[in-house]
Design a binder for this molecule. Structure first.
Ligand code: FAD
Length: 464
């Protein structure tokens, strides 16, 4: 009997258990549904949608090489999927599991509608290395602290990586067309999107595993070096299988443990979201729901536009606006700055990131923001507040990152670059950078802001 392979966050042919199961069942009709909730909903982003559409084109090309093709439909999955499955006379619909609250509601609705039409719905592994049900503590409980989670996660055996299929027996209907961003009525994306599709993602992984992975533990925090893999959008859209990434990383001839641990953070946050879906609305630690966040739209706008007067924060925020990407260390610095120095609700920052990040991922982003605001799963105490100047000096020692993104600071001498407001007037003149005219004075004094944040957090903790 024909079946439908409904692609979602698994836009690849390698290591795809749901695709393999569909092929074993008979002819396959590959489907992708452009869901208005994703295109225009709470977490929508033109950058991510543009990358998605380009990846769909690549997926369609790869399917055609194998005798199948991608069918595109626009609409609510609970209506579109059963209609499409009936059109191709499918007995089964296969998907890779998804874990966000939204995806769970969607899948439950689709499964019900399919059942009513006599069609079976099967959710398979493939989005994570290990399923939330499988990573447990000694007493069988879900783990909400990373270190024990990582221990349990690392101890589980890995299944074998599946090869990409050869010819795919095909069940076809009218294919539909993969739209352009503009025809969906969405604003343009940035120009600097990374090459999309499975082949480009695999090339990024190969490049990283061929060398940089061995220096990762030393270079991963440096803002001025390309020391990380840059595969986050590929893992988000499933252009790469995380199981394949981990299997390959464990096989390199050096210690890739630090890199594997970072991939495990992705698993950790997905498992947290699965077990505690409420974290998308409120802090993991309920006591911190009472923090009196400041209502300070002008400060938020300065942060979002990269105009806080702290170069490392501004460089990172401008990189995000220009490219849809930000280095992990920079994400930690700017998130800490928003939540602690500006005492602005981390959820505003979370939403801003989701609007711009090509790798914007509900689970990772929420986890990262709660970590930075010290309201999440992390045992790190709230009184460890990043000093943006110290971070800048440590992780961008020559200022190359700052100078790349802040042209107005290019001629500022090294010794003032991380805190340009300390420049004497004649040096400002010589550097062509007058503070308050060419580059903003700091919108907040870090030491005073730190004391304010500590007082706010401490008061909430005492009252709890
Ligand atoms: P690498 O360092 O090469 O890491 C390899 C992979 O491991 C990444 O691609 C990613 O999938 C995973 N990973 C690495 N670090 C983390 C982490 N701290 N948490 C979860 N997964 C991790 N990552 C996203 O994929 N989407 C997001 O929306 C996102 N938002 C974040 C928001 C904040 C405030 C913070 C602090 C972190 C966020 N991260 C997010 C995690 C991390 O910053 C990015 O995954 C990483 O910078 C991507 O670059 P890379 O692929 O070169 O990472």
């Amino acid at each position: 009997m024909p079946s439908v392979l409904w692609f979602r966050r698994d836009l690849r042919l390698h290591d795809h258990p749901a695709l393999q199961a569909a092929i074993e069942a008979g002819p396959v009709a590959p489907l992708f549904v452009l869901d208005p909730a994703l295109l225009r909903g709470r977490w929508a982003s033109p950058n991510r949608t543009a990358f998605l559409l380009a990846s769909l084109r690549e997926l369609d090309a790869a399917l055609r090489e194998r005798g199948a093709r991608l069918h595109i439909r626009l609409g609510r999955p609970a209506e579109v999927v059963p209609r499409f499955a009936s059109q191709v006379a499918a007995a089964d619909v296969f998907v890779s599991r998804d874990y966000t609250p939204c995806a769970r509601r969607r899948d439950a609705a689709v499964a019900r509608a399919l059942e009513a039409a006599g069609i079976r719905f099967h959710a398979r592994r493939g989005t994570l290395v290990h399923e939330p049900e499988d990573v447990r503590g000694a007493a069988g409980q879900p783990l909400s602290v990373f270190t024990p989670f990582f221990r349990a996660w690392s101890a589980l055996p890995l299944r074998a990586v599946l090869p990409a299929p050869g010819r795919i027996p095909s069940a076809s209907a009218e294919p539909g067309t993969i739209p352009q961003l503009a025809s969906l009525g969405l604003p343009p994306a940035v120009d600097a999107l990374p090459p999309a599709g499975e082949a480009a993602a695999r090339a990024r992984l190969e490049r990283f595993l061929a060398g940089p992975v061995c220096a990762y533990a030393e270079t991963r925090d440096r803002l001025d070096l390309a020391g990380t893999s840059r595969i986050s959008q590929d893992l988000h859209f499933g252009l790469l299988s995380p199981l394949e990434v981990v299997t390959r990383a464990r096989a390199v001839p050096c210690d890739a443990g630090k890199f594997v641990a970072e991939v495990a953070w992705r698993e950790f946050y997905h498992h947290i979201l699965w077990h505690h879906p409420r974290v998308l609305r409120e802090p993991f630690q309920p006591a911190f729901a009472a923090i009196p966040w400041r209502n300070a739209p002008a400060d938020f706008e300065a942060w979002a536009a990269g105009r806080t007067g702290y170069p490392v924060v501004d460089a990172a925020m401008r990189e995000l606006l220009a490219t849809g990407y930000m280095h992990n260390r920079a994400r930690m610095i700017v998130a800490s700055f928003l939540a602690k120095d500006l005492l602005i609700d981390w959820r505003l920052g979370e939403a801003h990131f989701m609007r711009h990040l090509v790798d914007g991922d509900v689970a990772n982003n929420d986890g990262g923001w709660q970590w930075a605001a010290s309201v999440g799963t992390d045992a790190q105490p709230y009184f460890r507040i990043f000093n943006p100047v110290a971070q800048s000096k440590k992780f961008d020692p020559e200022g190359a990152f700052i100078r790349r993104w802040l042209p107005e600071l290019r001629r500022v001498p090294d010794r003032y670059l991380h805190e340009p407001w300390t420049m004497p007037a004649d040096v400002q003149q010589a550097a062509g950078c007058i503070i308050g005219r060419d580059y903003p004075a700091p919108i907040v004094d870090h030491h005073a802001a730190r004391a304010r944040a500590l007082a706010a957090y401490e008061a909430v903790r005492r009252a709890a």
